[in-house]
Design a binder for this molecule. Structure first.
Ligand code: PLP
Length: 353
């Protein structure tokens, strides 16, 4: 039996023994009554980390993003967001079903990396006030950009793009599920990355290795509204301090380790860049997501991403096909250097046939 190595997502990480200890020792209370010391500490610390007035702990990143929408829009408003964004692609249409918003999908060939938007590209899509049009109310951006390949927004581009939205009177939310990765990759503090936007979300349950939990940070009045909407959605939790304690532990002990995930992702990309069916440019790997484009020849031969996913899984490498022309491998806390070397070996072997 070959040993399975799980590259499907950084969400598969399990809490370490030390994290479980911290969870056991958490001082807890009823968080709906605002009496959970660990949750209060996490919300205060997160607000400070992101340089915002307040923060709110949520069960998931999807709920944090939905709350950002619910607290900064009204039904019938329009949200502008990239057509490859997580909020549009992977969050079950909550913006429409629950917030009642329409979307205007952005795509910008002039952007320096996939998933990003330029200031002029955004400006061109914001429609003027007109009785015929829905009211554009919110722009959401994503950093790192998942389907864009885990790429990081250049800080000046993020600032200039957010500035356009604000000048036109729109709010800006940053889906920062992997904002920690962006901060480590750029070596820039989280508050700097959050400064251009009104609200920002972050996931503790991805590369930081927590079992559950995300955060939404922003102005106090927005976070107050978000707290009310969280209750409405059924996301008010009671002794949630056991979860918040994991997040506090991760901020202390796991944040810096993301640099290892990034180094391993680059090692992996360099190790398989020469494999014939792929056209992987290792320079495109900026953080912990390795998207492997399948080349035209392999596609023509019917060996598309779904085929390669099956071959990888057969070889004990769990991963996902993304669409029919890319396979995604993700490095994370539960993988080590030996796992990476082993994966490179296996991939070279199966692609050499
Ligand atoms: C994972 C992720 C989310 C939130 O996912 P949950 O599973 O709901 O926590 C949001 N945005 C991006 C870009 C993500 O990768």
């Amino acid at each position: 039996m070959i040993r399975t190595i799980d590259f499907r997502s950084d969400t598969v990480t399990r809490p370490t023994a030390a994290m479980r200890d911290a969870m056991c020792r958490a001082e807890v209370g009823d968080d709906v009554m605002r009496e959970d010391p660990a949750v209060n500490a996490l919300e205060e610390r997160s607000a400070q980390l992101f340089g915002k007035e307040a923060a709110l702990f949520t069960p998931s990143g999807t709920m944090a993003n939905l709350l950002a929408i619910l607290s900064q829009t009204s039904p019938g408003d329009e949200i502008l967001l990239h057509r490859e964004s997580h909020i549009y692609y992977y969050e079950a249409g909550g913006y429409a079903a629950i917030a009642g918003c329409g979307v205007r999908l952005l795509h910008d060939a002039a952007a320096p990396k996939p998933g990003l938007i330029t200031p002029s590209g955004l400006e061109a899509e914001i429609r003027p006030k007109d009785d015929h049009f829905p009211t554009p109310k919110l722009v959401t951006l994503e950093n790192t950009h998942n389907r864009g390949g885990g790429v990081v927004w250049p800080l000046d581009l993020l600032g200039a793009t957010a500035q356009v939205a604000k000048r036109r009177g729109l709010h800006v939310h940053l889906d920062g599920s992997r904002i920690w990765n962006a901060s480590i990759a750029l070596d820039v503090p989280l508050a700097e990355l959050a400064r251009p936007v009104d609200t920002i979300s972050g996931c503790f349950s991805k590369g930081l290795g927590c079992p559950v939990g995300s955060i939404l940070a922003g102005p106090r009045d927005v976070i107050d509204r978000a707290r009310h909407r969280r209750k409405m959605l059924g996301g008010g939790m009671r002794q949630a301090g056991v979860l918040a304690a994991a997040a506090l532990y991760a901020l202390d002990h796991h944040l810096a380790l993301l640099a290892d995930d990034h180094r391993r992702a680059r090692t992996l990309a360099n190790g398989i860049a020469g494999c014939a069916p792929f056209e992987l440019d290792p320079a495109s790997v900026e953080t912990n997501l390795v998207y492997i484009p399948i080349n035209a020849e392999s596609m023509h031969a019917g060996r598309d991403a779904v085929y390669w996913e099956a071959r990888f899984v057969e070889a004990g490498l769990l991963c996902y096909a993304e669409g029919n022309d890319r396979v995604r491998l993700v490095t994370h806390l539960d993988l080590n250097d030996e796992n990476i070397a082993e994966a490179i070996d296996r991939i070279r072997r199966i692609t050499a046939d």
